[in-house]
Design a protein around this ligand. Sequence first.
Ligand code: ADP
Ligand code: ZN
Length: 435
Amino acid sequence: MIFNVEKETLPRDELAALQLTRLKNQCERVYANVPFYRKAFDEIGVTPAQISSLADLPRLPFTEKQDLRDGYPYQMFAVPKDTIVRLHASSGTTGKATVVGHTQRDLDNWAEMMARSLAAAGLTSLDLIHNAFGYGLFTGGLGVHCGAERLGATVIPVSGGGTKRQVDLLRDFGATALTCTPSYALYLYDAAREAGVDIRELPLRVGVFGAEPWTDEMRADIERKLGISAVNVYGLSEVMGPGVAQECAVAKCGMHLYEDHFLPEIIDPVTGDVLPPGAVGELVLTTLTKEAVPLIRYRTRDLTSLDYTPCACGRTHVRITRILGRSDDMLIIRGVNVFPQQIEAILIDMEGISPHYEIEVSKAGNLDNLEIKVEFSEAMFVSDEVRHIQNREQRLQKAIKDYLGVTAKVRLVEPQSLRRFEGKSSRVRDLREKK
Ligand code: ADP
Ligand code: ZN
């Protein structure tokens, strides 16, 4: 079902016209109300009045995460404080957290976009949504919550943690949808098994997962284990929260980005040049309707590409492809660029291996050392196959060398021995000294 048929299927020329009007308006507002932007526009000699087409966008200054940190807590706000009705902060995965405010209209727009997302995932007002995204300053919990209410569904505000109890609730309440990080979905699966509950036999049928990078291989694994259809949701607190982009259940091929509210670009993260559709680079977002903290050309550091080809679901909004990783997550191992997700895809593809892994990079003399710990599956643990551990380790090492061109030491470890995550997973430990 399409939640907002008018906006989500707007012909692209009408969408562009709407974007231009809104872009001009946002530029006027930030120039008038946010000293940071007035200075940034003045420095490059651009005035909001000079924006006459969407093609003028690359003339505008970027906003970096550091700018938000420097403006901590309220300097990027474009409205008087008494119109702010809620504050949130980013999780601080990569450093000091940033603070964002929302006006009532911002919250209304957010709820609508999140409702669109849940509908695109295949949910309706008849669904019961077990929301295990963390509630609090983190945007995941409340973001999904308000979207679920807007859709008219029933939301169960479980939040993160208390995994054993979550299994009971899933079983007793009969939720039809689960929202959380993909790593937590797997954690729940493990906990359910331990409690003798087979999630596949419960009414659960849809999972909306996001807030961290994951792979198609991980999706297949989750869908099989939980017996559900799993789709990807993207968002970031600086720009809004969950519901900036959403994969549709019809095509499951990239996430529609709500272009009536956000203007996307892909840039080369090193030169800052805008790249053509299809090229992989850093996603840059300009908010078109944000009142409290509007952002011009915000560098998300998330790596993806734009797909403007028509989608089978009928939505006209561009799709961003699965997030490859954050530019700051990229590991350089002996000169080779490696993303943790590439390693994940290889691990999950191998039989007898569980999707739980940890990557550690250290330095031995001048050389980078890559060590990957991965749990073998329970099934392998109980069978004689354990004797073949060494053989598996070698096969994994070879696959990593063949696909990624780096040498890694792979160690298979016992089931349940690695850390589990209730929210965003943190699987990489880089022990090398940062420059
Ligand atoms: P933090 O940057 O501190 O983690 P947020 O809590 O706002 O801040 O999380 C937003 C970030 O989470 C995004 O910039 C992106 O890196 C990651 N993220 C969110 N959704 C997805 C997704 N579906 N796939 C991959 N990464 C995602
Ligand atoms: Zn679609």
